[in-house]
Design a binder for this molecule. Sequence first.
Ligand SMILES: *[C@@H]1O[C@H](CO)[C@@H](O)[C@H](O)[C@H]1NC(C)=O
Ligand SMILES: *[C@@H]1O[C@H](CO)[C@@H](O)[C@H](O)[C@H]1NC(C)=O
Ligand SMILES: *[C@@H]1O[C@H](CO)[C@@H](O)[C@H](O)[C@H]1NC(C)=O
Length: 445
Amino acid sequence: MTRYSAILVLLLTIAASTFRGGSGVEEYREQEEHYSEHEKSEGIFLLEKSEKILKTEAGEVSVQTRLKDAMKPPHDLQIVFISMEPKSFFVPQYLDSESVFYVLRGSAKFGWVHNGDFIEKNLKMGDVYRIPGGSVFYLLNTDKGQRLHITCGLDTSSSLNPGSFQSFFVAGGEDPVPVLSAFDDRILSVAFNVSRSELDTILSRQSRGPIIYIEDRGHKTLRSSSFFSPCNEDSWDWGHIIESFKFRKGSPDSFNIFKKKPDFKNDYGWSLAVDRHDYSVLKEADIGVFYVNLSAGAMMAPHFNPEAREYGIVTRGEGRIQIAFPNGTSAMDVSVGVGDVFWVPRYYPVCQIAARSGPMEFFGFTTSARKNRPQFLAGRNSVFNIMESRSLATAFSLSEKRLRGILQSQKESVILPPLTRSPTAPPREKEHEKEHSIFSILGFK
Ligand SMILES: *[C@@H]1O[C@H](CO)[C@@H](O)[C@H](O)[C@H]1NC(C)=O
Ligand SMILES: *[C@@H]1O[C@H](CO)[C@@H](O)[C@H](O)[C@H]1NC(C)=O
Ligand SMILES: *[C@@H]1O[C@H](CO)[C@@H](O)[C@H](O)[C@H]1NC(C)=O
């Protein structure tokens, strides 16, 4: 019953603005201005800007948390941002959650232990890479000039405290403290078959935090072959710990989203989703990813996702996100810009609109690796145009002809063009598009 009323209100709103014609355009503009003044905190499905959980001179890690009065997403997917300075190193650790990494900018060397083999992977912008929970990995930004920005979707449902994740550092010293430090000295010296003083050299030297600059003498350490070499005095001693792992290049592969052909494309934008059919390891993580590019003023038609919850990160431009409650009232209507993170509950209708000043792009994670089948509530492929029109006309209490006239006036589907400008009201001169950097907005330098 409530679902019907939601659809009803949505359709009536759309129908009403269609009927109003020219004045509808005016009203839309007024609303646009009005909404841009909206407080961000009114977006109950917005996630607050990063809470820093780790910061060193060479980088930082932040987690998106919800706003005080916001809706609480179910505790399974955490969105994490990692930022690393040029020539820096994130020491080996493992996480208590399935992880899907996405490179927002820069390039990374990703080293990890997979089924007893050491795998090294070069990742670049647009690459998606999944590693299972409990895999020991490290990250290197080997670039001399560019910062590395990565976002991760972490499935925390099997963590001890679902909704938050833990890192376990396997290497370190005073900072980060490796998990091994928890054990008794005697036990460790037996376990490693070394004297306590030798043990001390392993567990006390590092004090610069989990993300550190790679020292110049360590140029050698950039070469993977010598990186773990136990006889290289300059390399970190944790090399001893994982020296036994064999180096192997290659699989498992990463997946670059920009290499995929869009699933949908028209004159007003495109969208693509990467699911387990494109990148099979997503199946085990049960996380999917997607990317949407809306041209200036275009909108993703109101739709809902029957398969999954989604988390979107605005990566370019500005726009608006509207989300509907089941009872047909607005759950959220906010302006968003680069770096904003929003989430959309499963089944809740949502509509994303790019500002008229330029395209809006967003990347996202979904809580399912299955093929997503969004259901549209407007546009040529909407559920209304699939349903039999007589019953719909009765539901709307309109004649079939009149209803068909309304439903058929939108010729496009999925991504819809902006409202045509009224000739009597020239478009307001917009401020020049600010080139926001996602990273400055996320609080990174
Ligand atoms: C421990 O080290 C000593 C000498 O360094 C060696 O003789 C011995 O075999 C080692 N024991 C084990 C269990 O590896
Ligand atoms: C998104 O579309 C705009 C044009 O509307 C284009 O300039 C831009 O390169 C596209 N972005 C990507 C990542 O392809
Ligand atoms: C609609 O549902 C929302 C969320 O459950 C609630 O806060 C709001 O008061 C409801 N509005 C009406 C008119 O029922």
